[in-house]
Structure formats: C-alpha cells, structure tokens
Design a protein around this ligand. Structure first.
Ligand code: ISE
Length: 323
C-alpha cells in the first residue's frame, strides 16, 4: 500500500511530492525509492521529522505499528493520513484520541477510502434522500481472491470487515450497536490458518442490520458489492463495469483481481482531498474519532469471532473536540 501511495502522490496528485520514506528494511526502501528518486530514506519517523523535510505524513505500516508512528507525528503537529485500522485495539485508539485532543487540532485522517468511492457516495445520498422510503437492510459481499501468508484469521475482522464497519455507519449515519459472527461452510481452498468464509451481522442503533459475507479465498477475483433494501425498492452498487467479451457462444465481463484497481479512483480522491485539506490545516475525510468508532466495533467483532455470540459494541463519550 505504501508503494502504491508513493506512485499515486508522485504521478497523479497535485500539490504534494514524496520527500522522505521511512522504511527500516533496506530492500523495501530501495524498491520504494525507485518511485521517489528525490526522497531521502530514514530508518525511523523521529529522524524524518527532525530533518524538516516533511509537511505531512502518510502511514502505511501494518496496523500494529500505527500508534508508535502516530504519536511523534501528533506531537510535531504534522497532518497525517493513517491507513486503517487506526490502531489494533481500543486502548491504543483512545491514547491516539487523547494525544490529538491535547494537541488542540484535528490532524489525523483515517484511510477509509470507500467513503470516496462513487458507488458508496451515490448510495449514501439515496439513503439520505429517502426517495425509496426507509432503508431496511444492507447485504454486503467482500470477496478477495486470496490473501498473503501474513494474513491471519483475526484480520478477517480487523483488516477486512473494518471497511464495512466504517461504511455501514457512513451509509446509515447511525453507530453500530452489536456484531455477530457466523462461520459459513469452510472453503477447503482457504489456507489452513483461516476459518472462512464468515458472515458478520452488524446492527445499527437505527435498527438496520447489515449482513457481510467476508470471503478471502474466493479465487475468481476481487469483488465488493452492496445491496440496499428499502421500503419501495432495492439498489445495488459495486458490480464490475469491466469489458464484456462475447466469444464461442458465451459472454464474460472482466473482474477486478485486487483492491488497488477496484478502489483506484477512491484512493486517488481520498489522497487528493487529504493533500488539499492539509494545505489549509484541516483534514479531508474520516477523523480519528471515526477510526476509534471502527476499532471499538472490531473489538466486539473479534470477541464474536471467538465465541460465535452476539456482542454489544460500546463507546466512550465523544469528546466535544470531535463535534
Ligand atoms: C486490505 O487490507 C484492504 O484494505 C482491502 O480493501 C480488503 O479488501 C482486504 O481484505 C484487506 O486485507
């Protein structure tokens, strides 16, 4: 993801250039520097901040390392885009909120890029406008062809369903109050360490239940689709608009095989909005509070993954700072 963002910033975004890359692994650093020849490499974030070379920072480390990179950036008051999940657990998410609040300024944007996807934006407007009546239910499918070997079972919730956790709240405008994980029939093609696909039920305070099929061994391609059921109709977003080919008595449509292409436009719009906002001392997307709200539901989801039980999601009181 880091390399993808470097290429994006240096080739497609306006108003920013990559000046520093923090990467302790020298092979990875050399690879990343190929896309940002003017950038300097640093082994840790403190050295990069001290160099004075950075006006804004983008964190694309695995979630477990976000807090230790975020805290020095927050102390330096530098605008930051932090990939999701903001942190791996509730305690660290609260520490991040406290650090931002004590700095006195909103500087953290969390990388929930789906909020910038055309389909989700259109659906959110449809729900808000209520032309089809009240929203009754959401059916989401989140399918990956396969996952890398470092992807563990808990990542089904923390890394993958965390997107639906955020987007369901975005679509409905209502916090999630409970989550329940069901094991679907196991796919024997899934790596042994993974027990999936799973079905996750997310219930909002407004009474909408979203079902999420989370499936990371689906083989055929990358697919994220959402169906919204209203009183007077149904909407669906996310089907591939790839090329259709007619051949030998059949027709077929090209599918995405990775989120990097499925959400390419959304990533571009997300990062450009962040750059534009950072220039005027603001954030251009989901805040640290949104990051925390998602981490709190992930926490409930992980408990449900263990027990199979429906687990309530609970939240701290929202600091006035985030109103
Ligand atoms: C990955 O980290 C993402 O963010 C993708 O959007 C998601 O589809 C995938 O399952 C995650 O591992």
């Amino acid at each position: 993801m880091g390399t993808d963002h470097i290429i994006r910033i240096n080739t497609r975004m306006s108003g920013a250039v990559v000046t520093a890359i923090v990467e302790p692994d020298s092979a990875r650093a050399t690879d990343a520097l190929k896309h940002a020849p003017e950038a300097k490499q640093f082994a840790n974030i403190s050295e990069a901040i001290a160099s004075g070379l950075i006006d804004a920072a983008l964190i694309a480390t695995p979630g477990a390392f976000h807090e230790e990179v975020l805290l020095p950036i927050i102390s330096a008051g530098i605008p930051v885009l932090c990939e999701k999940p903001m942190t791996p657990d509730v305690a660290s998410a609260i520490r991040v909120l406290e650090a931002e609040v004590s700095g006195g300024k909103k500087i953290i944007q969390v990388g929930f890029m789906r909020r910038f996807d055309e389909g989700y934006i259109e659906l959110q407007k449809e729900i808000d406008g209520a032309k089809l009546g009240e929203l009754l239910a959401l059916h989401c499918a989140h399918r990956n062809p396969s996952v890398p070997e470092w992807y563990g079972n808990e990542m089904l919730i923390a890394d993958s369903v965390s997107h639906e956790i955020d987007i369901v709240r975005f679509l409905t405008g209502s916090p999630i109050v409970s989550t329940e994980v069901k094991q679907l029939k196991r796919n024997k093609l899934a790596p042994e360490r993974l027990n999936e696909p799973i079905l996750v039920l997310l219930e909002t305070e407004s009474g909408v239940i979203a079902t999420v099929e989370m499936n990371v061994s689906v083989q055929f391609g990358y697919q994220v689709i959402t169906e919204a059921v209203f009183q007077k109709g149904v909407c669906e977003i996310g089907r591939s608009n790839g090329m259709t080919t007619w051949e030998a008595g059949r027709s077929s449509t090209a599918e995405h095989v990775t989120y990097l292409t499925r959400f390419a436009r959304a990533y571009d719009d997300e990062i450009q909005a962040w750059i534009n906002a950072a220039k005027i001392g603001q954030i251009g997307g989901p805040s640290a509070w949104d990051g925390y709200m998602s981490v709190a539901v992930v926490d409930a989801g992980l408990k449900s993954l263990q027990t199979g039980e429906k687990i309530a999601a609970t939240y701290i009181a929202k600091p006035a700072f985030y109103n």
